[in-house]
Design a protein around this ligand. Sequence first.
Ligand code: Z5A
Length: 204
Amino acid sequence: MQGKFITIDGNEGAGKSTQIDFIYQYLKNKGISAVLTREPGGTELGEKIRELLLSNSTGKMHSDTELMLVFAARNEHVQNKIMPLLEQGEWILSDRFSDASYAYQGGGRGLDIARISQLESWVLQDFTPDMTLLLDVPVDIGMKRVESRGKKDRIEWENLGFFNRVRDAYIARSQQYPDRIKLIDASQSIQNTSNQIQEILKIL
Ligand code: Z5A
């Protein structure tokens, strides 16, 4: 049986972690034991890069450096984990992948999309997820959901304008790649959002 690579992405508080658990269980009930992973991270080195990217103690970082670090972590992830697992026929569920770079570094930080695309081609060549579930929630609702966590990481200190640009960039990606990226209204209840996801997963 051939493995599949499914990614889940979205703006702050969209419910990715909540829904990835649902997807994992849904697949398990169908007899598929998926491997859960995340970005930035997913490998030992990738998790160290994640710490650099998200720790408040890192301080200021040039946006190009941030972009290259997320792709460095991604290269480790794809070469040393995702590809080998897919070759063994495993299904992989990743909490975030390259669309996040277009949204956060492209939309949020304002980096040139053509440069992100160049870096993506260099690192991934033509490798893309089989399916991306994009959870979309208005920024104010998402923020309220994550506020209760109290602690903010280095990127979460950004202003509302940044997070609105992130959301807009995600939506633009879903319009550009409608076959791969499935846009889900994540402003609904957890159950309603899971129901939308379940309908989409039926096509796999
Ligand atoms: N980043 C980047 O800049 N470039 C890249 O290329 C990549 C990443 C790959 C790490 O992300 C950061 O890395 C992220 C982007 C950047 N930056 N920031 N900031 P992360 O995915 O590890 O962490 P996160 O983005 O902070 O996750 P999140 O958005 O905070 O959480 P979530 O997974 O989407 O949501 P959740 O944990 O499932 O839910 C949050 C709360 O809301 C929780 O209490 C739930 O019970 C509740 N919830 C969830 N769904 C609902 C619904 N439907 N209704 C009500 N309440 C809900």
